[in-house]
Design a protein around this ligand. Sequence first.
Ligand SMILES: [Fe+2]
Length: 297
Amino acid sequence: MTTNTVLFTPAGHAALVSAYPALPCGLNHGLVGHPLLTRAALEELAASLPASHVEHSIGDVPVNQDPSATKVVPLTAADVVRTIDTNRCWMVMKKVEHVPAYARLLDALLADIANLVIPLTGPIVRPESFVFLSAPNSVTPFHMDPEHNILLQIEGGKTMNVYPADSTEMVPQEAHEAFHRGAHRNLVHRDAFEAQARPFAMQPGDAVYVPVKAPHWVQNGPEVSISFSVTWRSRLSDGEARLHLVNHQLRKLGLQPALPGQSPLADQAKVSAHRGFKAVTHGIKRALGKQPDRTAY
Ligand SMILES: [Fe+2]
């Protein structure tokens, strides 16, 4: 990356400040043509990542996609990149910061917005970056993700349809609780939700901020699409996840936990109790020479 690479534009910074953390917004970036994001570089990246960092499947699927019905084409990750014009695939390369050059790019992008987001949601933790490649006209089904996310469009066009993160009609509390305990990210989309969609038509140079667990689905344009995504967790996302895990335990005891936000003091007490409990159990496991549980959030 050269010293004069524009990461997010000043207008993008202003948009993020006005929306973060609860609302989606459009931004602009200067990474189109970046040497780490060309098809040749991505083919090399695909060949160098562990298999666990790559997921790909047939991309012409409905908005409502049963994850167990996903079809996978028997291609290597590098082959998926090389033949993306014709293979009908959708692919994500996860945690690409595994490769130091991509770690530097992720760090630079997050440093560019750190002073905007940290005052609102606390320190940036668990930063991760992803590359998405999709064949012409692919669909990414309706789903939610656990992180703050900025998706940067690098090649081709797509429409990101982003929905409110706080709709219990779209995502009931039990679905949030299951998600944080490892359930699949895909959600059921209904026609009645459509009026609440906020579509972002993206071309190279555009970016979209997607709030934590805001449901979304993606319609690819008629060309190959390449996107780069930077994500992070925060005190806010961590607390929200812990709250749902505590509520799940209360529900198992036959109680009906209040909706998050109904009682902020009770929410805070639940989150603090969960943090304290986990600190103790992790300390005991370490003292016994065991690996603490990998938390789901
Ligand atoms: Fe997503």
